[in-house]
Design a protein around this ligand. Structure first.
Ligand SMILES: Cc1ncc(COP(=O)(O)O)c(C=O)c1O
Length: 332
């Protein structure tokens, strides 16, 4: 049976945002690495970035854990280390995320794309198609949680994957059989949301930039992570592969866990929620929410401070947002 809405959503995505090289994007519901990884052929050797979104890391470890070389790179943002870890005829896929969640570290997509052999896949959710175009930089597949900025209104659960025709055809059959498909309602919300992607991303990036610059100088903030800042350790790379800094920034509140929580809970405009990319500003105190399943040692190894707050900047007036963040920081 034809499902016009579901088919129209990927069609729009293809035409407007992924450029001519991605031939047949696919919408599917929920992120499931099983959608894109053939368990049998990947069992030999799977390497993933330690900075990669930790829920998927957990799933990968569960799926491939026993008897399989499932190892994170020491530094998943180091393209030379990634190249060195590739074993000829064994490593089938390189799977990276950029910018990373929640520390906004970057992977040099052009450098990784140049590594011969494995299929190169990137989760580009934090940048999104308006900011980074991985297929044009040589990647085989790009995936986004369209739940975030692509649908953009916190009212859909969707994923998008785009790339080379042969891979997409294989994924299409696999996903159809396994049934992780978008509902028409989610697809409809995705369709409506994507029409305003550009204006939303421009405003959210401009506001995030402003907030990042302001909190960088705040005495209660010990570190700010945002690719649009000159202090970002990979600022040159950001300029090369990102059109804008994006709508998400993270900052570490001096004073640790309690201070971080207090700031997150004291925001009046920012809502506490684990998603991102919507019209409302959403914040998480990372250690007690999205990274709560990690041990303190794991969090420390990943650079996630106890006071870390991730902020997905919404469409509110940037002056109001700035005042809100300042009043929250002044409480600790
Ligand atoms: C980078 C990244 N990829 C994928 C996902 C999963 O997205 P979804 O909730 O649409 O399954 C998330 C969720 O936070 C994410 O941050």
């Amino acid at each position: 049976m034809k499902k016009p809405t579901k088919e129209f959503f990927p069609g729009i995505f293809k035409i407007q945002y992924e450029g001519p090289k991605s031939k047949n994007p696919l919408a599917f519901k929920h992120y499931n690495p099983d959608e894109i990884i053939d368990g049998k052929s990947m069992k030999d050797h799977l390497r993933f970035s330690v900075t990669y979104w930790h829920t998927i890391r957990g799933q990968l470890a569960d799926m491939f854990g026993s008897g399989t070389a499932v190892r994170p790179w020491e530094d998943g943002t180091d393209s030379e280390a990634i190249a060195a870890a590739v074993q000829p005829n064994r490593t089938r896929m390189i799977f990276v995320e950029t910018p990373t969640n929640p520390l906004l570290q970057l992977v040099d997509l052009e450098a990784v794309a140049a590594i011969p052999g494995p299929i190169k896949v990137v989760d580009s959710t934090f940048g999104g198609p308006f900011i980074t175009r991985p297929i044009e930089l040589g990647f085989d597949l790009v995936m986004h949680s369209a739940t975030k900025s692509i649908a953009g209104h916190n009212d859909a659960t969707l994923g998008v994957i785009a790339g080379a025709q042969d891979l997409i055809s294989w994924i299409w059959s696999y996903h159809t059989i396994h049934g992780a498909t978008a509902s028409p309602f989610d697809a409809l919300n995705g369709l409506r949301g994507i029409k305003t992607l550009g204006v939303r991303i421009r405003q959210q990036s401009a506001s995030a930039q402003r907030l990042a610059e302001a909190v960088e100088d705040h005495p209660k903030v010990s570190a700010v992570y945002y690719p649009g800042l000159d202090s970002h350790p990979q600022r040159d790379l950001a300029k090369r592969q990102m059109a804008l800094g994006g709508g998400v920034l993270s900052f570490d509140v001096a004073g640790g866990w309690d201070s971080g929580r207090e700031v997150a809970e004291s925001l009046r405009l920012g809502h506490l929620a684990a998603s991102l990319g919507g019209p409302e500003t959403l914040v998480t105190h990372v250690a007690s929410t999205t990274a709560a399943n990690l041990t303190p040692e794991e969090r420390a190894a990943m650079g996630i401070g106890d006071g870390l707050i991730r902020m997905s900047v919404g469409l509110e007036d940037p002056v109001d947002l700035l005042e809100d963040v300042q009043q929250a920081l002044n409480r600790v």
